[in-house]
Every structure is written in structure tokens, then in C-alpha cells.
Design a protein around this ligand. Structure first.
Ligand code: NAD
Length: 254
């Protein structure tokens, strides 16, 4: 198994390099906007990504960067049929459509969260909402102070799961998303509050609160190291290599 790593000088890119070394996955090449050396791995200029794909033909690419770069990498992988795993978040509609289009020509696995515990949390959230469809739901997420997008991609995935579970359980309409509250702003029926905190080096925490009927249920996931995401992304890459073109998510790989 060989992987190419993008954004290799970033927080997640470095974790992926470490996780690959730990499990004996060979790094075919690694790129970032500025060449560097990370833990003895030579990081090459990002401009050379397509040429390196041609030369090294990795079994998969693992990408944690920014949406505009992810689109470019996905297109280069699609042209060559190289499996593409991305954990990048914060896409607008056009960028997401471009990555989806790439999946018509090569296998693409996109996940906002590569922690196994978050996949379990999603299942538990669906079950809790189905059991308590009339309860108020509030979501709080916390991440490090360098995170660009808000709310997190994982928060959006959880909100989607809440809406789907409400539709299935009670044929209820999707909840109106209210981002923080200020001033005279009482809660009304059919809302879900979304609260975002950015501080220090918090790896990622998501809490779903359900309340009603004089009771409160809180479901929390906290990532305690970024290695969790890197390991999940490499599991996904190993699973994706050799699959037919298509759009996959982390749950498929699990
Ligand atoms: P980071 O800022 O530490 O690293 C980003 C990397 O991308 C850096 O190497 C940077 O040089 C590179 N980069 C930035 N702009 C670029 C461009 N225009 N072209 C090419 N490369 C560029 O960020 P991070 O904390 O490593 O997170 C990266 C992404 O991964 C974010 O979208 C984050 O939300 C997401 N993330 C996902 C998961 C998950 O499990 N899916 C977990 C953590 C982070």
C-alpha cells in the first residue's frame, strides 16, 4: 500500500505522515505549498502534484487541506483513476459539486470526521432523536483557534442526521438552524441552536443536547488526539484502493 499525502505540513498532514510510518504504509510522495522536510520526509512543491501522481502512481491520495486545493487534487486524481480520500471541510456548493464530479471517474471517499466514535455518535443521535422527536435539540462544537470553517463539517453532518431522524420518526420538517443567540431572542418551536467555540488546541468536541419532559440527555464525542483522524483516514484509504469509481463515505469503509 502506498499513499500520497497533501497538505503535508499542516496539523493533519503531519499526523497522516506519522500514522503511515507507524503502520508501515509507504508514503509515495507528500506535497504542500512550500517544500519542506517533516520528520525526515521530503515535502514537495504542491505545483508538482499531477506530475508526481503520474510518476509515483500511489494506491490512494489522502487529503486534509482547503476546499480549493481539494477540488484541484480530486480532478487530477479523476484524470488518472487514483483513489482519493479527503477529510477537508468547509466546501461551498460549487466546490462540493466538483469533488462529486470527480467520483464519476475515480473512487472518492469524503468524510467530515474520520473518528470511529463520531460514526457511533451519529447512530446514537439518530436513535435518541427517533425516541424523543419532540424534544428540543441544541448542538455545541469546540475546536482549536486555528480552524477556518464554522460550524464544523461534523456539526453539519450531525444536524443532517437529526433532521433525517425527525423525518423518519415523526415526518417532521427540518429544524431551522439558529447560530448562537443574543438579545431578545427566545427559542421557538422547530429550531435547533448551533453553538461554536474556538479556543486553544482543542482537537474537536461535539455535544448534542436533547431536552424536554423534565429531562435532559447529552451525547458527547471528544477527540483527544489528531492521530484518531489520521488512522481513520488511512483505514479509509486502504479500503478504497482498488474499488470502482464512485462516491463513498467513512461508514462504507467501516
Ligand atoms: P492546517 O491549516 O494545519 O493545514 C492545512 C494544510 O493545507 C497545510 O499544509 C497548508 O499548507 C495546506 N494548504 C493551505 N492552502 C493550500 C492551498 N491553496 N493549496 C494547497 N495546500 C494548501 O489545517 P488542518 O488542521 O490540518 O485541517 C485541514 C482540513 O482538514 C480542514 O478542512 C479541517 O477542518 C479538516 N479536518 C478534518 C478532519 C476529519 O476527520 N475529516 C479532522 C481534522 C481536520
Amino acid at each position: 500500500m502506498t499513499v500520497a499525502v497533501t497538505g503535508a505540513t499542516g496539523r493533519m498532514g503531519e499526523e497522516v505522515l506519522d500514522a503511515a510510518a507507524e503502520r508501515g504504509v509507504e508514503v509515495a510522495f507528500a506535497v504542500a505549498p512550500r517544500p519542506a522536510t517533516v520528520d525526515g520526509v521530503q515535502i514537495q512543491d504542491d505545483d508538482r502534484f499531477a506530475a508526481l501522481l503520474d510518476r509515483e502512481a500511489p494506491d490512494a491520495v489522502v487529503d486534509f487541506t482547503v476546499p480549493e486545493a481539494t477540488v484541484r487534487y480530486a480532478e487530477a486524481c479523476a484524470e488518472r483513476g487514483v483513489p482519493f480520500v479527503t477529510g477537508t471541510t468547509g466546501f461551498d456548493e460549487e466546490e462540493l459539486a466538483a469533488v462529486e464530479a470527480a467520483s464519476e471517474r475515480t473512487p472518492v471517499l469524503k468524510a467530515a470526521n474520520f473518528a470511529r466514535g463520531v460514526q457511533a455518535l451519529l447512530r446514537v443521535v439518530r436513535e435518541a432523536v427517533a425516541a424523543m422527536p419532540a424534544y428540543d435539540v441544541e448542538l455545541t462544537e469546540t475546536h482549536h483557534n486555528g480552524k477556518r470553517d464554522a460550524p464544523s463539517g461534523t456539526a453539519k453532518t450531525i444536524l443532517q442526521a437529526v433532521d433525517e431522524a425527525r423525518v423518519d420518526a415523526a415526518d417532521a420538517a427540518p429544524l431551522e438552524r439558529v447560530y448562537g443567540r443574543e438579545g431578545h431572542d427566545p427559542r421557538t418551536e422547530g429550531q435547533v441552536g448551533v453553538h461554536v467555540r474556538r479556543a486553544g488546541d482543542v482537537r474537536g468536541e461535539h455535544e448534542v443536547l436533547l431536552a424536554g419532559n423534565d429531562e435532559v440527555v447529552t451525547l458527547t464525542h471528544r477527540a483527544e488526539s489528531r492521530g484518531v483522524f489520521a488512522a481513520g483516514a488511512l483505514d479509509a484509504a486502504e479500503w478504497l484502493a482498488g474499488r470502482p469509481a464512485g462516491w463513498y463515505d467513512f461508514e462504507d469503509a467501516l
